[in-house]
Design a binder for this molecule. Structure first.
Ligand code: GAR
Length: 203
């Protein structure tokens, strides 16, 4: 039987679309549900167009025992994936699904993580600091923004000519290639990854 993936996303959802299509072509898993806190998020439309159930929820439902948690208890996902999800993830769900919630961050954590560091803000900071590399981090989610144990990182070189837009493109390419494979590997070998340590704090 295929493993079940639930995705949380707040925005455009290009990663969500990529994940849905990747797993639709294989036998390992399927994306069974896409949840968004934004009613007009393009991700909901992308999921619908690919015949995946999608739901919008209000913020209060995320933190209540009878809201999003109840939906997840019914679905019993093997993995919960945050793909551009911009709200703090609630402890009530983390407790119910230990080591089963992962996030993708568009930088090499612990650099450029924390509250307010998402999407273009990350790439703008990377360019402002004249970094010579950036990348992606896939990590477990814990109660602090971007601090759970790292599962996977991949870097890409930057040059003086890079702008926040070109950095975003480079990072997206890494996300599209590696994120589905990292998820697949986690689902096939859940015990090979430790979730017991956190990366050092930045700053
Ligand atoms: C992705 O680049 C993801 O890494 C980032 O948001 C983008 C969502 O793009 N996530 C964060 O910044 C979380 N802190 P998408 O909606 O097109 O998949």
């Amino acid at each position: 039987m295929k493993k079940r993936i639930v995705i949380f996303a707040s925005g455009s959802g290009t990663n969500t679309q990529n994940l849905i299509q990747y797993f639709q072509q294989g036998e390992v898993a399927e994306v069974v549900l896409v949840l968004s806190n934004k009613k007009d998020a393009k991700v909901l439309e992308r999921a619908k167009n690919l015949n995946v159930k999608s739901l919008h929820f209000v913020k209060d439902a995320l933190f209540s025992e009878n809201g999003v948690l109840k939906i997840l208890q019914e679905v019993q996902p093997n993995l919960i994936v945050l793909a551009g999800f911009l709200l703090k993830f609630p402890e009530v769900i983390l407790k119910e699904f230990p080591h089963k919630v992962i996030n993708i961050h568009p930088a090499l954590l612990p650099k450029y993580g924390g509250k307010g560091m998402y999407g273009r803000h990350v790439h703008e900071a990377v360019v402002a600091n004249m970094e010579r590399e950036t990348g992606i981090t896939v990590h477990y989610v814990n109660e602090h923004y971007d601090e759970g144990a790292v599962i996977f990182q991949k870097s890409v070189s930057l040059s003086e000519e890079d702008t926040p837009q070109t950095v975003a493109q480079k990072v997206q390419q890494l996300e599209y290639v590696h994120f589905p494979k990292v998820i697949e590997e986690l689902l096939l070998n859940p015990k090979t990854h430790s979730a017991t340590h956190s990366p050092p704090k930045h700053g």
